[in-house]
Design a protein around this ligand. Structure first.
Ligand SMILES: [Ca+2]
Ligand SMILES: [Ca+2]
Length: 68
């Protein structure tokens, strides 16, 4: 399960720095065909998953959000 989470995380971590940003999230969903996500909506989603308040999502935060 952790490996599957890693795969999804890496897909969204476009620059590979180990942190998901709102901009990266928008970039990936746009590639998947959804261009209607605003910067605000993307940041809101990131903030929901972010637990240490840096407004980015680490792999640990991501994994925790999936209940893993
Ligand atoms: Ca990144
Ligand atoms: Ca964070």
């Amino acid at each position: 399960m952790a490996a599957a989470a890693r795969k999804v995380f890496d897909r969204y971590d476009v620059d590979g720095d180990g942190q998901l940003t709102a901009e990266e999230y928008r970039q990936v969903v746009a590639e998947l065909g959804d261009t209607g996500v605003t910067a605000e909506a993307a940041q809101d989603l990131i903030d929901t998953i972010d637990t240490d308040g840096d407004r980015k999502v680490s792999f640990e935060e991501f994994r925790a959000s999936m209940g893993l």
